[in-house]
Ligand binder design. Sequence first.
Ligand SMILES: *[C@@H]1O[C@H](CO)[C@@H](O)[C@H](O)[C@H]1NC(C)=O
Ligand SMILES: *[C@@H]1O[C@H](CO)[C@@H](O)[C@H](O)[C@H]1NC(C)=O
Ligand SMILES: *[C@@H]1O[C@H](CO)[C@@H](O)[C@H](O)[C@H]1NC(C)=O
Ligand SMILES: *[C@@H]1O[C@H](CO)[C@@H](O)[C@H](O)[C@H]1NC(C)=O
Ligand SMILES: *[C@@H]1O[C@H](CO)[C@@H](O)[C@H](O)[C@H]1NC(C)=O
Ligand SMILES: *[C@@H]1O[C@H](CO)[C@@H](O)[C@H](O)[C@H]1NC(C)=O
Ligand SMILES: *[C@@H]1O[C@H](CO)[C@@H](O)[C@H](O)[C@H]1NC(C)=O
Length: 361
Amino acid sequence: MVGRAPQDWSQLYRILLRLLCLLPTGLPVRSVDFSRSTDNITVRQGDTAILRCYVEDKSTKVAWLNRSGIIFAGQDKWSTDPRVVLEKRNELEYSLRIQKVDVFDEGPYTCSVQTQQHPRTLQVHLIVQVPPKISNISSDITVNEGSNLTLVCKANGRPEPLITWRHLSPSDGDFNWEEEYLDITGITREQSGKYECKAANEVSSADVKQVRVTVNYPPTITNAKNNEAATGKPATLRCEASAMPLPDFEWYRDDSRINNAQGMEIKSIGSRSTLMVANVTEEHYGNYTCVATNKLGITNTSIYLFKHDLPTIPNPVSEGDPTDHFNHKGPGTATGENGSPCPALSLWLMTASLLWLLCKC
Ligand SMILES: *[C@@H]1O[C@H](CO)[C@@H](O)[C@H](O)[C@H]1NC(C)=O
Ligand SMILES: *[C@@H]1O[C@H](CO)[C@@H](O)[C@H](O)[C@H]1NC(C)=O
Ligand SMILES: *[C@@H]1O[C@H](CO)[C@@H](O)[C@H](O)[C@H]1NC(C)=O
Ligand SMILES: *[C@@H]1O[C@H](CO)[C@@H](O)[C@H](O)[C@H]1NC(C)=O
Ligand SMILES: *[C@@H]1O[C@H](CO)[C@@H](O)[C@H](O)[C@H]1NC(C)=O
Ligand SMILES: *[C@@H]1O[C@H](CO)[C@@H](O)[C@H](O)[C@H]1NC(C)=O
Ligand SMILES: *[C@@H]1O[C@H](CO)[C@@H](O)[C@H](O)[C@H]1NC(C)=O
């Protein structure tokens, strides 16, 4: 465009000469210096452009031209475009006002001023700017882990907007991709989340849109622990699995599936499942299996419910003895640490006996 400018001007000028016959006969066309640098006028799409032009003498013949022809010749409007008017704030002004400028208005404009002695042209290059606007972006998508994915973001604007992709969640700070197309080969579950496309040019603030990428993967058990419970007490077994889509859970006791009816309740919310036993009896102790399933796979783990003897009251004296935890008796017994009668009780018995003996006397 810029490189072709001198040619444009000469074309315009010839059109002018042909149509207006303003040039005094004999004055050669090449006498106008077409290589002179032109002024740029930058206007945003939708705004009004005013291309200024002044004459020295109000009797001078003047005209405005654009690439396709004459817009105004003197006071006569040749253009049929209602957005175009002359702006004459005084006798010597001959400016062109273009309302609601659009991209097709961009290009060279010439104000041609004809005097007997020397023709003069004012050349203006109208540049129309358009704010960046994302015109097409991939919709939210779900893919399986390991597959290849291409996200696309197309934007319009003048100058051509710079397009940048960014992974938003989980935040992936340094990831920035300057391309309309974002290719992800062998996508991982960590690459799921929101992707942001930003289209920016210097005209106005950037246009930003997001795409949500969901990566499906088969379940893996992330948390499952054995537990212990006393008879007559409630017990809970927990199982947690990572999966997308979220897993379905099933519980098995040895080989048989557990359902809610057997005094047990299964509650599964999101990636967690719990098996609750309201009132533990001897038959409840044993091996359970938590099975997590989604459409991409199945996995299981075994969780053991151990018997726990009642009750566990920490005994400071026996803290160092690991066997004590399981063997020690409840507080109702009068048996001491090593099985011998409690010293306090012995003392009391001895005193009582003594008193009894004394009374007898
Ligand atoms: C007009 O804009 C073009 C780029 O569009 C630039 O190369 C040229 O230098 C500008 N001319 C002036 C006079 O600013
Ligand atoms: C300039 O010319 C183009 C065609 O090249 C035309 O569509 C446009 O309306 C013209 N602009 C004005 C302001 O007349
Ligand atoms: C957006 O791009 C896709 C693929 O390039 C195409 O199939 C779709 O028709 C486009 N949508 C619009 C609104 O341009
Ligand atoms: C993903 O792209 C890689 C490299 O371009 C290619 O080797 C592989 O076969 C593609 N995988 C799928 C599932 O299309
Ligand atoms: C638990 O079950 C036993 C035996 O069936 C029963 O005696 C006891 O009352 C139950 N306890 C509770 C809290 O339901
Ligand atoms: C529980 O059962 C599974 C198989 O169902 C077995 O692999 C595992 O060893 C058992 N655990 C115990 C503690 O018996
Ligand atoms: C648990 O998985 C093993 C092998 O992965 C399988 O043999 C077994 O049948 C599964 N158990 C259940 C209860 O699904």
